[in-house]
Design a protein around this ligand. Structure first.
Ligand SMILES: *Cc1c(COP(=O)(O)O)cnc(C)c1O
Length: 358
């Protein structure tokens, strides 16, 4: 490694208080975190420190004007103790795409990859191994100017922390297709993984949850007619003829899981179609009995089936007893990540070799 990282390790690990069989999503963090600063046009001050609070000024630019972006990715450990990352370079690419849209500085590959690998290696004992669980990794960047006024900040902080997680959803989802509120509009920032997008979707999601749904399935902001995504996950619709997923545009997030699913299914000879998928079309497939399966996909959500969608007050049940394709994808991903299945796509990178010797 050539990046000079100042490393300040915990005196005593908290790992004995961690129960890998009872993981609550997003509540337990590993012992350490990585950070660095963008000051005077340079990334510097690369550090590993004990996970903990950071001092911030009340004038912090990110808090007021929202220059704040993040990524979500996972590290895995197989039974032999081999630690892998999945498509980490694609997370860096997307982080830098988000950075550009939000007038933030790009992060060089070396800083991202070495910060990431150093943190994951130091905290590798925290990676759970039960199927479906993983180390969720949260790289993020935010504006740190102490200055009152709307303009791109001159200073930024980039950090990475990690938390062991089990599956995000434990049951199939009931979603409401949104016909009033908008998550993101044409020309907006929906395709950037920026903090404000999530704040924008909370109120309509709260309304949907009050009515008994798990999530909002967003539609295009102009017509509320074309399916987009659920605000943390992309969506797939499987009919008897094809696997459909909304084509990318600037109001939906280009999920790395989405892309992996498309490539995996195409490699198996399935007809995967990226196109505009309208609500009318979806309802027609349902009426004709052509709708076979629906699921959402994301790093946190993995693949979670949809058991019901609601549109303008009407419920539509989706067959979810078999979920053949969703299950097959999950099983293949699990095998690819733990090196049980050949990685024909070059998605997996080994971070730390086996620890177990027989
Ligand atoms: C992160 C995210 C996704 C899923 O992306 P993955 O790379 O598959 O994790 C989908 N939609 C939104 C809005 C997201 O923020």
């Amino acid at each position: 490694m050539s990046l000079k990282i100042t490393t300040n390790l915990v005196e005593e690990s908290r790992i004995s208080s961690f129960d890998p069989d009872n993981i609550v999503f997003g509540r337990v963090f590993t012992d350490h975190m990585f950070s660095c600063d963008y000051v005077n046009g340079q990334w510097q001050n690369f550090r590993i420190d004990p996970f903990g609070k950071i001092p911030l000024s009340p004038t912090l630019s990110a808090l007021h004007y929202g220059q704040s972006i993040f990524e979500g990715m996972k590290a895995f450990k197989n039974e032999e103790g081999v630690v892998t990352l999945f498509r980490a370079n694609d997370n860096l690419k997307r982080l830098n795409t988000s950075a550009e849209r939000m007038c933030m500085p790009a992060l060089p590959e070396e800083i991202f990859m070495e910060g990431l690998k150093t943190l994951v290696t130091i905290d590798k004992d925290w990676i759970p191994t039960t199927p479906g669980s993983a180390l969720y990794i949260r790289p993020f960047m935010f504006a740190t100017d102490d200055f009152l006024g709307v303009k791109p900040s001159e200073n930024y902080k980039f950090m990475i922390y990690a938390c062991p997680v089990a599956a995000y959803y434990s049951h199939p989802l009931k979603v409401r297709i949104e016909d009033h509120y908008t998550r993101a509009s044409k020309g907006g920032v929906g395709s950037a993984k920026c903090a404000g997008n999530y704040a924008a979707s909370m109120y309509p999601t709260k309304l949907a949850q009050k009515d008994g749904f798990d999530q909002v399935l967003w539609t295009d902001g102009e017509h509320h007619q074309y399916l987009e995504e659920t605000g943390t996950s992309n969506v797939f619709v499987i009919t008897k003829d094809a696997v459909y997923t909304p084509e990318l545009n600037d109001s939906l997030l280009a999920g790395i899981t989405r892309d992996s699913i498309i490539k995996l299914l195409r490699s198996k000879g399935l007809n995967v179609v990226e196109k505009k998928v309208s609500v009318d079309e979806l309802i027609n497939w349902h009426k004709n009995g052509e709708l076979k399966e629906m699921f959402v996909s994301g790093t946190a959500a993995t693949v979670t089936n949809i058991e019901l969608f609601n549109y303008k007050g009407q419920n539509f049940n989706v067959n979810h007893t078999e979920n053949l394709i969703g299950k097959e994808i999950l099983s293949d991903f699990q095998k690819i990540r733990t090196l049980e299945m050949p990685d024909q796509f070059g998605w997996v990178e080994i971070v730390s070799e086996s620890e177990v010797t027989y």
